[in-house]
Design a protein around this ligand. Sequence first.
Ligand SMILES: [Ca+2]
Ligand SMILES: [Ca+2]
Ligand SMILES: [Ca+2]
Length: 233
Amino acid sequence: MLRYITLLLFTAIFPTISSAASSFEDNFDDLDMAGWSFDGINPGPWSAASGEMQSASTQTDHVTAAEGGPGAALISGVVTPDRFSLEADIRVIGDNPVFGSDWGHVGFVWGWSDSTNFNSSYLRTHRDEVTSFGTPGGAENLLDFPGAVNDVVYHMKVEVDFEAQVMSLTIGDQSATFTGVDFQEININSGGSIGLITWGERVGYDNVVFKDLSAIFKDSFEDLLKGPETFQN
Ligand SMILES: [Ca+2]
Ligand SMILES: [Ca+2]
Ligand SMILES: [Ca+2]
């Protein structure tokens, strides 16, 4: 019976995954930046010519919020959905000119309207943690990630559900879930753009996968509402 139910659910859900209106993947293997737009500091140095999306052609000093805040590579035409996931292989490239080979910031933004209004999760290799917050005003929520260094690729993923007020974060073998006040401190901004962050330093992203999970859930739920005949094909 369990196997039968599983088959029914799979039959009901699978077609809606393939027809989900909004998903986006990029491995940059065509060496171009089609499908991306840029905002904030250093909009020019972004490049995919190496087969990954990179910010800055060389390591540069950190640009602070007071100096203008971060920049972002944003997925063109995508408004941050009420429920989504975003993942990628991420790394800080090379030595920071001031702080050396164990220092840098790399990760994601969503709810982005400009460089002072966005939500973010990013790895700080120097602090061995992922910092998540929304700005302006959100407190930092931390996930420990021991041993993080520059020039090592880590897989990072966020999944955010604005309706359920739940956010999950994974990097390597570490994970955290944020709910309640923690969720709200991170997810201050809704709507807006979604993508990759730079604080001016040289960072790299590859195998980016974005999924609009609100569309999948909505389609699946509508299929379920159609009744049993949906399951019998
Ligand atoms: Ca690639
Ligand atoms: Ca491309
Ligand atoms: Ca470190």
